[in-house]
Ligand binder design. Sequence first.
Ligand code: ES4
Ligand code: ZN
Length: 326
Amino acid sequence: IAAIDLARAIPKAELHVHVEGTLEPELIFQLAGRNGVTLPYDDVEALRKAYAFTDLQSFLDIYYAGASVLLKEQDFYDMAMAYLRCAHADRVVHAEIFFDPQTHTARGVPMQIVIEGLHRACVDAGQELGISAVLILCFLRHLSEDDALATLEAALPWRDRFIGIGLDSSEFGHPPEKFARVFARARELGLRLVAHAGEEGPPAYIRQALDVLQVERIDHGVRSIEEPALVARLASERMPLTVCPLSNLKLKGVQDLARHPLRKLLQAGVCVTINSDDPAYFDGYVTENYAQTIEALKLTPEEVVQIARNSFEASFVDEAQRQQWL
Ligand code: ES4
Ligand code: ZN
């Protein structure tokens, strides 16, 4: 249908993608072979079969296991470059890419290896493909705030290699307020602020991310739909939500896409965007997320254009670059 062709063709920004979640099974096995890492799966087929998730935690366990093959600077480069090629094929012209340094530094991989490999891919993709790509450093919320603070300090020699910080991993029991100090510190440093909230966690976590962490975007935020006053606030503040429909489907946040709140949020005036989250695990890059959402919710071409425009409005690019895409 027309709206899906439009979604494929229109320039888009991707604002919610975890680079470790772009690691395709084929690349996991290639890196495992090259690095002498033994995986608890016989082959690509067996690994893919394990991608049957019941909730966020069941996914995260496999996602962190997959990331264990990343050891060298070239591994981080190859992963990010492969993602940027897929994104470019999807007409993504700007990507703000999450990475989880603690997943790697905890295994003894130096911060420098992680950041320099990812950054080199962003630079090369800019030159080869013309895509604009920047990095956002995420803290794992199941770890302590002291660990997050130490991680931020360890990354400061590469302060100019990432534009902001985020908060991801297991949401239940790890409210945004647990990270108040590290977000305050990042704000002092002039970093942009985002956080996952209201993916599995309650609407109160979204309010905390806004009021305590002072984030500029909410990642997911779909459970805001349970509090009409919160939806009205998001709309009046034009607070963007980086929604990931296939992720919500695969992690059982919604039973089927036809029941996804995206359209209601959009109709309420919220700055909704569509993103892929962990495309190698949830069976679809950004265009596939658009296509399946359009089909399930019967989005109109006008709504598709609005969502793509929202992605640039919600991005952290400067005004001149934004005008060029809007
Ligand atoms: C994630 Cl889907 C999702 N939720 C929270 N944290 C994450 N890290 C990677 N994917
Ligand atoms: Zn995410």
